[in-house]
Design a protein around this ligand. Structure first.
Ligand SMILES: Cc1cc2nc3c(=O)[nH]c(=O)nc-3n(C[C@H](O)[C@H](O)[C@H](O)COP(=O)(O)OP(=O)(O)OC[C@H]3O[C@@H](n4cnc5c(N)ncnc54)[C@H](O)[C@@H]3O)c2cc1C
Length: 393
């Protein structure tokens, strides 16, 4: 496998970087939001993404018939990684998860309604799988959908729904057949988040970002907004999760944080001695740099497998997510250790080592090992899907 980019791909990166240079704006790009920088939650961020859409860079891998460019997956990867490195909004749920799943499974009506809006960045989505008693085991979800005329009435609760407080549409799973085995009784719906009967309440994370509880009280949804076939929602959710585990956990933030740590080590002293001479510090940095290369290559492997067409590769998605997010935590630990007591100071505190990034990444990176499926679940998937081992329960 060739891990280098072609001249054409490198020229594309150059073009993207020039575009980003021309749009430099602290209201759009902020690395201190860590992985949450990816969400498109403010008017300046929406405007910027619309400009990216006007360039034809949203949905670049989608088929021509749906407004895409039919490009190889590596181009989407290169754009997304360039955005992530600067702490910019990313292709996220609309292009990377919901659009792709609609293209594979959505009705013509849903494709016509949503795909053009996604390409112009006119719509934001929230994703609702988790419930108070269904997280790792999402197939146990109990949000109840009852047949009602030409549609369904939804009642119950979701939790941990990121983006629900600013998104327009909810991509949400509900139980349409309580008698069927749990994986076969779930249907996926698209519901407007301003629908009467929906209540959204904030949950603040240890990363200082907001996620939400969402309550449904007699929320009626037409059959037109059922995604794919009735009772096959869990299969679509599983595919969408494979996309999420790659698209929403970019590699370049790891590289960017490693650069911050290396700069600190190269320029700081401890007890009058340059840190860069400390053998333990050097050894730890070398290990992290090697592990970062492993994460990068696992990401490229996912891109290469995805480019073969069909659904996203499940085991590769889990392998990448597991390794990259656990590495992010190890890197944050190292930044705290090497930065010393001052690294507990927060971002934007004068004189904080690494401008306070050690502290923010230390808190934030825990979340990445849980959202999108916890590390233990990724290990189970790799054990079963890659190694052919039996289920553990
Ligand atoms: C910041 C944040 C944002 C999120 N955003 C969203 C969102 O937008 N939409 C959404 O639907 N969900 C979202 N989630 C929810 C996330 O997907 C769940 O938190 C996650 O799947 C874990 O579920 P749980 O919290 O219920 O933990 P549990 O499932 O109760 O797990 C608790 C612990 O047990 C372990 N465990 C569970 N089952 C097994 C097993 N079979 N084998 C080994 N270990 C196991 C887990 O790994 C974990 O360590 C978000 C979560 C966070 C923290």
């Amino acid at each position: 496998m060739d891990f280098e980019f072609s001249d054409e791909q490198l020229a594309f990166v150059e073009e993207v970087e020039q575009f980003l240079d021309a749009h430099e704006d602290p209201e759009v790009f902020d690395v201190t939001r860590e992985n949450m920088a990816q969400i498109v939650d403010t008017p300046p961020r929406r405007k910027f993404m619309a400009e990216l859409g006007a360039k034809g860079w949203l949905g670049i891998t989608w088929p021509l018939e749906y407004g895409g460019k039919d490009s190889d997956g590596v181009y989407e990867y290169l754009i997304n990684e360039a955005l992530a490195r600067r702490g910019g909004p990313q292709i996220g749920k609309g292009v990377g998860i919901i659009g792709k799943t609609l293209i594979r499974h959505g009705s013509e009506k849903l494709k016509r309604e949503f795909l053009p809006k996604i390409l112009r960045n006119e719509v934001e989505f929230a994703v609702g799988y988790s419930e108070p008693n269904a997280g790792s085991d999402a197939a146990s979800m109990q949000l109840k959908a009852t047949r009602d005329g030409d549609g369904w009435t939804l009642n119950g609760q979701k939790t941990w729904t990121t983006s629900a407080h600013f998104a327009e549409w909810y991509w949400v799973g509900a139980r349409t057949d309580p008698e069927a085995p749990k994986h076969n009784g779930i249907t996926l719906f698209l519901v407007p988040l301003d629908h009467p009967g929906i209540t959204i309440k904030a949950i603040w994370t240890m990363g200082d970002e907001r996620t939400n509880e969402v309550y449904f009280d007699d929320v009626w949804v037409s059959d037109d907004y059922v995604v794919g076939e009735l009772n096959r929602g869990f299969q679509y959710i599983s595919e969408a999760l494979d996309l999420e585990r790659f698209t929403m956990f970019t590699f370049s933030q790891i590289a960017q944080r490693l650069d911050v740590l290396c700069d600190y080590v190269a320029t700081s002293t401890r007890d009058g001695e340059p840190l860069r001479r400390d053998p333990l510090v050097r050894r730890r940095l070398a290990q992290l740099a090697t592990q970062a290369e492993v994460a990068r290559v696992l990401g490229l492997k996912f891109v290469a497998e995805s480019s073969k067409g069909g659904a996203a590769p499940t085991a590769e998605a889990s392998q990448y997510k597991l390794y990259a997010t656990e590495l992010s935590k190890r890197l944050a630990d190292a930044s705290m250790d090497i930065g010393g007591p001052g690294s507990q100071l927060r971002v934007k505190t004068a004189d904080a080592p690494m401008a306070g990034r050690a502290e923010s990444t230390y808190r934030y990176t825990v979340i990445d090992t849980i959202g999108g499926g916890a590390s233990e679940i990724q290990k189970n998937i790799v054990a079963r899907r890659k190694l052919g081992l039996p289920k553990n329960f």
